[in-house]
Write a protein that binds this ligand. Structure first.
Ligand SMILES: *[C@@H]1O[C@H](CO)[C@@H](O)[C@H](O)[C@H]1NC(C)=O
Ligand SMILES: *[C@@H]1O[C@H](CO)[C@@H](O)[C@H](O)[C@H]1NC(C)=O
Ligand SMILES: *[C@@H]1O[C@H](CO)[C@@H](O)[C@H](O)[C@H]1NC(C)=O
Length: 973
């Protein structure tokens, strides 16, 4: 089969003389225009060589950053003017090895919260940090952790109050300067990595989680609400600033440079609470993580906050094989106001819009219908109004929120004459409610509701008193994976995340600038995100490295200790162990990791898909103890994730993801027991049998459990996971989207047959049929629905019908030995972009029931070729060929079978004639453009407002997808 030539040009540089490109091509969606990193042989002076080379070619360029140390030798550049064919520009640079396109990265977004902090006792117990301190004396002493972030406000007394030898922050570097941003990618580096102009103060917060010590704080403006310590509060820090004051973007060359610098400066651990979703592990900062990890530097990185977007969303750089990807678990406790029922105190939640209660206020409760829950009344208070409600606090069942919101229910209470609206649901924890601005509102926790209702049912008149003081209550979701935490597996089906740490509601240090900007009286605040879980795990790693300093363990061994001793957790309110795709090995435990006397490797087993099934593994068990130990082996299955309900369905979100107990690998061990001498090791063969496919592409997983006779109280776990079916054969394009048909097509009156990848009338959105005419002034809608992420996709135009079909294209100036791509355009995009996507990221329908319009683009009869030549196509017959590279095939594959291809019906392209091309039969409804847009706009508006109120922030990329601006990428000549 013929290779489409663009691969040869852009992706596959195999000519001996050309420079090999790595990572994202220049046309990646997040590519920085004309920005490249060039890797040199160790002995080459890259600056000098580039200067000579570019001057010789008359290329205008600017150096961005560079590194030359034992790990890497690269210079990154921004080139002026046309840089499409970078391989030509770089052709012949002496001593150059490879080059990479530079792409942008964001902070792993965080949720701001004003709730007060947790005490160390509450916070550090579930992760074994308190035990590691108390029983093993571990504090991180002697370990250095680098923070690659917005800088560190080292003047904060909880972070040592200074920088340099003798301080907690011993050094670092500012790679970018204040003015660096998404819009201004010109780094102005200096020696001072202080974080005192970003509002979020992300790096300072992250630093406090690793190594802050906020006990004994007395300085004005620096007294925390509760004294606390970072996980490894005697560790030293190095600060690398890679974001400017706006902190709204950084670039992969900068991050890679920071990683190499941190390693060269002696960082034992490097924390990156930043990234971007759904990348293959080919990027410069991932390569950097791989390289420094081989020298024993441990890169720890946030797995991402895209939990609402379904599986396989883990972020780069956490996807690197040499990085530890960290998921977020919920805190054990949270702070809530209280309601006292006859003196017993219970948590409650106040309405967001109106909670005008006073401290010690006594409520006169009237239950609207004491049997509302038993009788499953879903609209308690709407028509069954209790006449006794007047002037009292009316207690209503919350029931299903899609039947009525808390706002509506409290309006019923108001209409009934109540003066307070109290909601309850006997099975629910105290969830947050919006409430109603016209009446004070409150949601009772489950325990309060049960206590109150049972007393009233028994004919008692309990006394109900409110306390607004926040009190620590166990969090019902304690120890569960946070809903924002991005699940794996990686796009190559590697086990990512590796493990999890606490990332929800973490109180830590911020800069004075940030405190002032946020109007806080003290330089501390609470944030949530995998951004917070990652430094927590980095702190635990510091404790582990302190304890095992004399062993000089490798990255692989350190990761092994942490993963072996993590605790797999169940799904919230479920008995199933949560999938490895969500939690990796489970919640980290510092005490077990430091004190374990065994090590089992590999620490995780990726079983791949069924076609590439890894059916056997030799486990190595090492006995580090001074006594002979007997190990017993067994396994248990974790939940199966059914995320791809239909093999080529549009996409799945967390809401449509189901967890079942139905598809498992079986595991057998050559021996179930083995006795190992002191300081010796043994290998045991493990054989896996894959489950048979029942639904489409489930991700199944489980844990091998190894119980050691010397430490039976904490068994070792080795996670394994795989995908049933053929990952390669899984469609990239969606051809049958029942989920999108339900969510989008249905409400607009479209049958499911309409909602699939292909060409549509732009006015009626009816599918194009063979022989239809496309008027170039009206264009045709290209519906791009992606069910699985792919490394590369193209939208190619092929002339049809004529005997010498290429003549048409050649007459228009195209070289037909090259690929010819269609140009996409929408109203907001004057220039248009070439029909190509690198990578092509799986679409997402965010959680909730609102419809989201699929992303479609308009093709107006204009085409591009790979060297940036663009022209209008002459009238004629054409098809559009949608090609996407399948997964698990070589990136450079020349085999057509390695692409998922859809070819459109043949259409007649005409120009300049205002004829209607969308007259159709009645197979599908044909709303006018305006109706379509109004309906869509309304849905988008409601979707957006729901998102704004949602519990966790979305990344910019996900906003783009939410708004339907999904597919094409910038590639401007
Ligand atoms: C990032 O910040 C810069 C400087 O304030 C601004 O010009 C740019 O528009 C911002 N980018 C985004 C995506 O908000
Ligand atoms: C710091 O505060 C703790 C109690 O929070 C106290 O036990 C300790 O002695 C204090 N240390 C110093 C150096 O003041
Ligand atoms: C969990 O298991 C217990 C005991 O077997 C059972 O009573 C309970 O209903 C189960 N819960 C769920 C959510 O399956």
């Amino acid at each position: 089969m013929k290779l489409t030539p663009i691969y040869a040009l852009l992706l596959l540089i195999t000519h001996v003389s050309a420079l090999v490109r790595r990572g994202a091509p220049a046309n990646a969606p997040d590519a920085l225009k004309c920005s490249f990193m060039i890797d040199f042989d160790a002995d080459v002076d890259g600056h000098a060589v580039l200067k000579t080379h570019f001057e010789g070619k008359g290329v205008l360029w600017q150096e961005s950053t560079s590194v030359r140390n034992k790990f890497a030798n690269f210079v990154s550049v921004r080139i002026a003017g046309d840089c499409q064919d970078a391989s030509l520009i770089f052709h012949g640079i002496p001593g150059a090895k490879t080059f990479s396109g530079v792409t942008s990265r964001k902070l792993a977004a965080t949720q701001h919260s004003n709730s007060p902090p947790l005490s160390d006792a509450a916070y550090h117990t579930s992760t074994g940090v308190n035990d590691a301190r108390q029983k093993l004396g571990l504090t991180g002493k002697g370990i250095t952790v680098a923070i690659i972030d917005t800088g560190v406000y080292y003047l904060h007394p909880a972070l040592g109050g200074g920088i340099g030898p003798g301080f907690k922050v011993i050094g670092g570097y500012d790679l970018v300067g204040d003015d660096y941003s998404d819009a201004n990618q010109v780094p102005v580096p200096d020696d001072d990595p202080i974080d005192n102009c970003s509002e979020i103060s992300h790096g300072t917060h992250v630093s406090g989680i690793v190594a802050g010590d906020a006990r004994n704080m007395t300085a004005v403006g620096f007294v925390p609400a509760i004294p606390f310590t970072g996980v490894a509060y005697e560790a030293k820090l190095l600060a690398y600033r890679v974001f400017g004051c706006t902190a709204n973007g950084t670039a992969t060359d900068i991050i890679a440079a920071a990683i190499y610098r941190a390693a060269a400066d002696g960082a034992h651990i490097i924390n990156l609470s930043l990234g971007t979703v759904a990348k293959y592990a080919d990027e410069p900062e991932e390569i950097a993580a791989d390289i420094v990890s081989k020298y024993g530097h441990v890169v720890v990185s946030a797995v991402g906050n895209s939990g609402a977007q379904g599986v396989q969303m883990t972020s780069s750089p956490s996807n690197a094989k040499g990085a530890l990807a960290v998921a977020s678990f919920q805190s054990p406790v949270s702070l809530k106001p209280s309601v006292f029922v006859d003196g017993g105190s219970y948590p409650c939640v106040l309405g967001n819009l109106n909670a005008s209660f006073t401290e010690g206020q006594v409520l006169e409760i009237v239950v609207n219908d004491i049997q509302a829950y038993e009788k499953r009344v879903e609209n308690d208070g709407q028509t069954n109004i209790n006449p006794g409600a007047k002037g009292k606090a009316l207690l209503l069942r919350l029931g299903r929120r899609d039947v009525a919101t808390s706002t509506e229910r409290c309006r019923w209470a108001l209409a009934a004459g109540a003066v307070q609206c109290i909601l309850y649901e006997p099975t629910d924890s105290a969830q947050s409610i919006t409430g109603n601005k016209d009446i004070p509102c409150m949601m009772l926790g489950r325990e309060a509701a049960v206590a109150l209702l049972s007393k009233i049912a028994a004919g008692e008149k309990p006394q109900v008193v409110i306390s607004l003081k926040e009190t620590l209550y166990p969090l019902q979701t304690a120890g569960s994976i946070s809903n924002f935490s991005s699940p794996g597996l990686s796009l190559e089906l590697d086990i990512k995340p590796e493990l999890g740490a606490i990332g929800g509601n973490v109180y830590s240090t911020i800069s004075e600038h940030s405190a002032k900007a946020l109007n806080l009286s003290t330089a501390f605040k609470t944030l949530s995100g995998t951004s917070m879980a990652s430094p927590y795990a980095a702190g635990v790693m510091a404790l582990l490295m302190q304890h095992r300093a004399s062993e000089i363990p490798s990255f692989n061994e350190l990761r092994g200790y942490l993963m072996n001793t993590a605790s797999p957790k169940p799904i919230y309110q479920n008995n199933l162990t949560h999938s490895v795709a969500y939690q990796g090995a489970g919640l980290v435990n510092a005490f077990y990791a430091a004190s374990t006397k065994s090590l089992v490797l590999p620490a995780a087993i990726a079983l791949n898909d069924t076609d590439n099934f890894k059916s056997s593994v030799a486990l190595t068990i090492r006995n580090n103890d001074d006594i002979t130990v007997t190990y017993s082996l067994s396994y248990f299955s974790a939940a199966t994730v059914n995320a791809y309900l239909d093999g080529d369905d549009f996409t799945q979100d967390a809401n449509t993801t189901t967890f079942t107990d139905d598809q498992h690998a079986s595991v057998s061990f050559k021996r179930d027991f083995i006795t190992i001498m002191p300081k010796a090791f043994a290998k045991i063969d493990v054989t896996f049998t894959a489950p048979a496919a029942q639904t489409a592409y489930p991700i199944y997983s489980g844990y091998i459990r190894v119980v050691a006779s010397n430490q039976p109280e904490h068994p070792i776990h080795v996670p394994y996971a795989g995908l049933v079916g053929s990952y390669k054969n899984k469609g990239i394009w969606s051809r049958n989207s029942s989920s999108l048909a339900t969510k989008w097509g249905g409400p607009l009156g479209y049958p499911p047959s309409i909602v699939k990848t292909g060409l549509y009338s732009p006015t009626s959105l009816t599918p194009l049929r063979d022989g239809d005419t496309i008027n170039a002034t009206v264009g045709v809608a290209v519906m791009i629905l992606v069910s699985t992420t792919s490394r590369f996709a193209s939208f190619e135009i092929l002339a049809q019908g004529q005997t010498k079909q290429n003549k048409v294209l050649e007459a228009a100036g195209f070289n037909t030995s090259d690929i010819v791509l269609i140009q996409f355009k929408d109203e907001t995009d004057e220039d248009g972009v070439p029909g190509m996507s690198v990578p092509l990221v799986r679409d997402v329908i965010p959680d909730g029931t609102d419809a989201t319009e699929p992303g479609y683009q308009i093709f107006f009869g204009r085409a591009y070729n790979s060297s940036g030549y663009a022209a209008d196509l002459p009238p004629g017959e054409y098809v559009i060929k949608f090609s996407a590279l399948r997964n698990f095939v070589p990136f450079w594959s020349a085999n057509e079978g390695d692409m998922d291809v859809i070819v459109s019906p043949t259409f007649k392209l005409v120009t300049g004639v205002a004829e209607s091309s969308s007259a159709r039969g009645s197979a599908a409804p044909t709303p006018s453009t305006n109706i379509l847009k109004a309906a869509t706009a309304q849905k988008l508006a409601s979707r957006l407002s729901a998102l704004l109120q949602s519990e966790f922030p979305l990344s910019l990329n996900s906003w783009r997808r939410v708004l339907g601006f999904a597919a094409p990428v910038m590639w401007k000549p």
